[in-house]
Design a protein around this ligand. Structure first.
Ligand SMILES: [Zn+2]
Length: 439
């Protein structure tokens, strides 16, 4: 089956000049991209983009989607207290887990996201979360937040390293390659402050065995990062190097309290950094080290993290903050230019995930994961300055349509897979009764 998206405009790399675009899709894949008209055949499905802007679907490389039910009830807490409060109160039922994840997926799709790197909270209902993502139509690389070491005053772990590695192996068996390859899995020790050396070394061995990468939080809190010196006599990143975790398939999330040597190591091992600035600012983790990593050539992608700490699954809000913080933290207004920020939310995401699946760019051979932006709008006008306007002025509300695998998940802001009104009514009812989550 062929699908034609005609009469749009897009950014053409490497200069990102704005030009007309027509895209022909066969099944799930882009087979032709042209500035000129592509003739429609009678058996094609045709969508007229009416001069709107089309871009690669946004890749949100670190989420905890079920935390949508924690949004707005754990405010005004610093990371350490936030972790404690979440640990004590954020215990979703099966019904709440599915509803919370579904709510997050709707928000993500309506803001132009086509891919999530989901670290689900391991527990009785983690599968509900993954099922909700699979049902949403989003592409996802899923993993579980698992640890085997008691971090500070947090609750003690309920599994040892062997049990955790078995759980991750089962996750892989159950989900990797599911939904026509839309769902993949990853090995995910939650972060060194909550993991033993045994789990970190075991995670590397399992990732190699399964042929998938590693996803872990890194150097998020000042106190938590400093604890590595007491436990391992070195920095967190140095410990990860020693345990064999670092490598091109390793995604390190947050990266706030890095030393210069840590950044050198991340570059040397070709790790990907996932930056989540809404969380880093809202729960006062500290300033992301994007400029230092960027200067060293580290691949940087972006994540909205969990909504309980970030307040958003809107990648356009997140990317804006990435660029602005990089500038103000260095005093260099040219740090992270709009084009570079755009790459961080699209093709750098694919490099971080290391997909065999080609996503994040609009070219033949790539999956048709695409996002359509309303153009022109009062804040998005004149093609010559559109990239800048897109990064600094657009929000998820500007997204009109979203395609994954060439199929629409949203058209002209109307979701195609679900009845949004009905589902939101149902979720609102579940959320209003969720008093078990209140601190
Ligand atoms: Zn996280």
């Amino acid at each position: 089956m062929k699908t034609l998206l005609k009469n749009g405009i897009s950014f053409y790399p490497p200069s990102y000049e704005v030009k007309p675009i027509n895209i022909l899709i066969e099944d799930t894949e882009i087979i032709q991209v042209s500035e000129n008209k592509i003739e429609a055949a009678p058996d094609m499905i045709v969508y007229d983009l009416n001069g709107n802007l089309i871009v690669p679907g946004f890749m949100d490389c670190h989420t905890h989607l079920a935390q949508s039910f924690g949004r707005g009830i754990y405010d005004n807490l610093h990371l350490t207290q936030w972790l404690l409060t979440m640990g004590r109160h954020f215990d979703l039922t099966r019904e709440q887990t599915y509803a919370a994840t579904q709510l997050a997926c709707i928000e993500a799709i309506k803001s132009g996201t086509t891919f999530v790197g989901e670290m689900a909270t391991a527990g009785a209902y983690d599968i509900e979360c993954i099922q909700a993502i699979a049902d949403s139509g989003l592409r996802a690389d899923v993993c579980l937040a698992v640890g085997d070491f008691q971090e500070g005053d947090n609750a003690p772990p309920d599994m040892n390293a062997d049990q955790i590695l078995d759980l991750l192996r089962d996750l892989h068996k159950e989900w990797h390659g599911k939904n026509n390859g839309r769902i993949t899995t990853r090995v995910s020790p939650v972060g060194l402050p909550a993991c033993t050396e045994e789990l970190m070394r075991g995670s590397r061995a399992l990732a190699n065995e399964l042929g998938v990468g590693i996803h872990t939080h890194c150097c998020e809190g000042e106190t938590e990062t400093a604890n590595s010196y007491d436990r391992f006599n070195c920095s967190e990143v140095e410990a990860l190097e020693r345990f064999g975790v670092l490598g091109p398939d390793c995604q390190l999330v947050h990266n706030i309290w890095l030393t210069e040597h840590d950044m050198d190591l991340m570059a040397e091992y070709k790790c990907s950094a996932i930056t989540c600035p809404s969380t880093n600012t809202k729960i006062t983790d500290g300033m992301p080290t994007v400029p230092g990593l960027y200067k060293r050539g580290v691949n940087i992608a972006i994540g909205c993290d969990g909504e309980s700490s970030s307040g958003t699954y809107d990648m356009l809000q997140e990317v804006r903050l990435v660029a602005l913080l990089a500038k103000v933290s260095t005093g260099d207004a040219a740090m992270v230019k709009a084009e570079e920020a755009y790459e961080m939310m699209t093709k750098n995401g694919r490099q971080a995930v290391g997909f065999d699946t080609k996503v994040g760019e609009i070219k033949p051979g790539f999956k048709a994961d695409l996002t359509v932006i309303n153009y022109p709008a009062p804040h998005l006008i004149d093609e010559r300055r559109l990239m800048s306007n897109f990064i600094y002025s657009a929000t998820g509300g500007d997204v009109l349509s979203v395609f994954v695998d060439g199929k629409p998940l949203m058209l002209e802001r109307k979701l195609t897979q679900i009845d949004e009104e009905e589902v939101l009514d149902k979720i609102t009812e579940i959320m209003r009764k969720a008093d078990n989550l209140l601190p």
